[in-house]
Design a protein around this ligand. Structure first.
Ligand SMILES: CC(C)(COP(=O)(O)OP(=O)(O)OC[C@H]1O[C@@H](n2cnc3c(N)ncnc32)[C@H](O)[C@@H]1OP(=O)(O)O)[C@@H](O)C(=O)NCCC(=O)NCCS
Length: 156
């Protein structure tokens, strides 16, 4: 059952850097690039949001308009990517992953994006199920700096 209405989504600010690092640490991801992402936010090539329940942070997501490794992922024009989707353990399976992905789709559409993309570890069956349920389809497997990724996209 979805409880998405309990979540409030707000832009992540520079002051949220530690929170973003803590969320990434929770899900086992690196934090080296977090600082540079806030520069991308200031430049307008990346948008980041936090989801909260009251004062408590429950998860995060980002929209990348440019991907420095692969223009198929985000080319600064028609293609942009959902990245950094993470939900903290107490809030799993309450519809937040779906809610945040749809939030990014809406934001991307409002910026003229026509194809929304994402990539994940091929072993991440929870994420793949979530994305398939939203209509994403695989278009390639391709190496990312952290390993081989399954790349999915969807026409907005
Ligand atoms: C993947 C992730 C974002 C899902 O977040 P969530 O808020 O629990 O997802 P939702 O509640 O919106 O689930 C939506 C659907 O996704 C699928 N799903 C989510 N978690 C699942 C799991 N553990 N096992 C199987 N399917 C799962 C289900 O189809 C689910 O629908 P249902 O609950 O009606 O069955 C979360 O597990 C997470 O943060 N994982 C660690 C970080 C990560 O892998 N991020 C994605 C990287 S690209």
């Amino acid at each position: 059952m979805s409880h998405a209405t309990e979540f409030v989504v707000r832009p992540a600010r520079v002051a949220d850097r530690e929170i973003v690092c803590a969320i990434r640490a929770h899900v086992g991801w690196d934090q080296e690039l977090v600082e540079s992402w806030f520069h991308d936010v200031a430049r307008g090539s990346r948008f980041m949001w936090l989801a909260q329940v009251g004062a408590e942070v429950a998860g995060m997501v980002a929209l990348d308009l440019v991907d420095r490794h692969d223009p198929d992922v985000a080319d600064g024009h028609s293609r942009a990517a959902v990245t950094s989707l993470a939900v903290l353990p107490p809030f799993l399976r309450r519809g937040l992953g779906r809610f945040l992905t749809q939030h990014v789709e809406k934001e991307a559409r409002s910026r003229g994006v026509t194809w929304i993309t994402l990539f994940t570890d091929p072993a991440n069956s929870a994420a793949i199920r979530l994305y398939e349920s939203l209509g994403y389809v695989e278009y390639k497997k391709h190496q990312r700096p952290w390993g081989m990724a399954v790349h999915m996209h969807k026409r907005l």
